[in-house]
Design a protein around this ligand. Structure first.
Ligand SMILES: Cc1ncc(COP(=O)(O)O)c(C=O)c1O
Length: 442
């Protein structure tokens, strides 16, 4: 195709089909430009973005302050590799992360993505503890490179890709809706779910545990919020076995749940905290942060990334944190609570909505077939087809909605955190219309 062409949705799709590896089922809206919560395609259609490019553009697409910070740094210099040519943005961002992360988390390593942050975090846990084995959660997601893929607890991501990293085992996720129909208190369920992790350590490891890695709220697994007390108990279990707790906050970090990091809401200071996605509002940056005591296990030569510590992305991250702390965090907490209440009403009004749950502006709507029993007789069966049809219907109404979950039946509200209640209201109305019309067609 000539480069003198007028791009349209159709030409973009043709070029993708011709030259981009086919990793998608069907192409979503091709974006020409995006501003705050609205994206525009090449045919002039506008969409309200309720998914922020998989939970990334937390302070709004094209946030002025972030763009300006990146442009200013572009004018200075673009590449340093943080360890060959130390730069001010890296120094400042590391200092800032030490200030804004909980407890004694202090030293950061910068990389380019979430999966690198996770693998770097595991390397550090191994180096610090001298142990090798890692426990992750069933249905958890930690990335697509071979190390992180081993930690990811879902065969859908691994098909045809094995073998992955050795010495990884999975424990059950605290996914209450699909775990039991019993009427347990939150505390009882937290105990039971944590006890299962101890059971897995007892049965599947060899007294050589380096880390337990968990997402404080599981994103790709279906917006699974653990019961209170669970995360703290998981950390105790890790420590009892000479291991570290790695909180993978790639998705929950940078304001998504209404605090800068979700661990704060569970009163836990993880031993290693992984970050990416929202950290630089869309510029590629990842990081992992640990206390000095843990971080100092790394010696010269233990870890490196050529692009790691890019000054442009680090400058963007500093501006992102400023924006979050300038009222967006408070708004996220308030709007998240409001949205959760509205979704509870949706759950009450539609029997195909099995459960709604979430924290901050990370809310899930689990769609089910109420006439069919779910796996192990717990809750009604997941309805993947319905979720996909509802998301398509929403796109037809000009709304981009995420779909995820282990069973691919969970709608994911993860908008830019700058979204207004009016825009959320519009999304809720559209959701009600979509569910009504799609189920009427069945
Ligand atoms: C919790 C979590 N960890 C790690 C990753 C991997 O991040 P990336 O796609 O930037 O490699 C993701 C991506 O969705 C994630 O949600």
């Amino acid at each position: 195709m000539s480069h003198n062409y007028a791009p349209s949705n159709e030409t973009i799709e043709e070029q993708y089909n011709e030259n981009v590896m086919p990793i998608w089922k069907s192409l979503n809206v091709p974006v020409k430009r995006a501003s705050d919560c609205v994206v525009e395609d090449f045919d002039g259609n506008e969409y309200l973005d309720v998914f922020s490019g998989i939970s990334v553009t937390n302070v709004g697409h094209g946030n002025d302050a972030v763009v300006e910070a990146a442009k200013d740094q572009l004018d200075e210099f673009v590449h340093g590799c943080s360890y060959v040519h130390p730069s001010q943005p890296v120094a400042e961002l590391a200092e800032r992360i030490a200030e804004v992360t909980p407890g004694d988390l202090q030293k950061s390593f910068f990389c380019n993505s979430g999966t690198e942050a996770v693998e770097g975090g595991v390397k550090l846990a191994r180096k610090h503890t001298g142990n090798t084995e890692v426990i992750a959660l069933e249905m958890g997601f930690h990335g697509r490179t071979l190390g992180s893929l081993a930690l990811t607890g879902n065969k859908a991501y691994k098909r045809g890709m094995a073998p992955t990293l050795n010495d990884t085992v999975h424990a059950p996720a605290p996914y209450r809706y699909r775990w039991t129909n019993e009427d347990l208190t939150e505390e009882e369920f937290a105990k039971r779910a944590a006890a299962e992790i101890e059971h897995v350590i007892g049965t599947h490891t060899s007294d050589d545990l380096a880390a337990i890695i968990v997402e404080p709220v599981m994103g790709e697994g279906g917006i699974i919020v653990p019961p209170k007390g669970w995360l703290a108990r998981v950390q105790e279990i890790a420590h009892e076995h000479g291991a570290l707790l790695i909180a993978d906050e790639v998705q929950t970090g940078y304001g998504r749940t209404g605090t800068l990091f979700a661990s704060e809401q569970f009163d836990v200071v993880p031993d290693i905290l992984t970050q990416a996605k929202g950290i630089a509002n869309g510029l590629p940056l990842g990081a992992f942060t640990a206390s000095s005591e843990v971080a100092d296990a790394f010696e010269s030569g233990d870890h490196l990334s050529t692009f790691g510590g890019n000054p442009v992305t680090c400058a963007a991250a500093l501006a992102t944190i400023d924006e979050l702390q300038d009222g967006i965090l408070e708004a996220t907490a308030a709007n998240g609570e409001w949205l959760a209440d509205q979704l509870t009403d949706v759950e009450a009004d539609f029997d195909v909505v099995g459960e709604t749950r979430g924290l901050g502006l990370m809310q899930g709507v689990e769609l089910v077939d109420p006439s069919v029993e779910g796996p192990h007789g717990v809750s009604p069966a997941p309805d993947q087809k319905l979720a996909s049809a509802v998301a398509d219907h929403l796109e037809g109404q000009g709304i981009i909605m995420g779909v995820g979950g282990y069973h691919k039946n969970v709608l994911r509200f993860q908008p830019p955190l700058t979204i207004t209640q009016d825009q959320l209201d519009r999304t809720l109305d559209a959701l009600r219309t979509a569910i009504t019309e799609v189920t009427a067609d069945e």
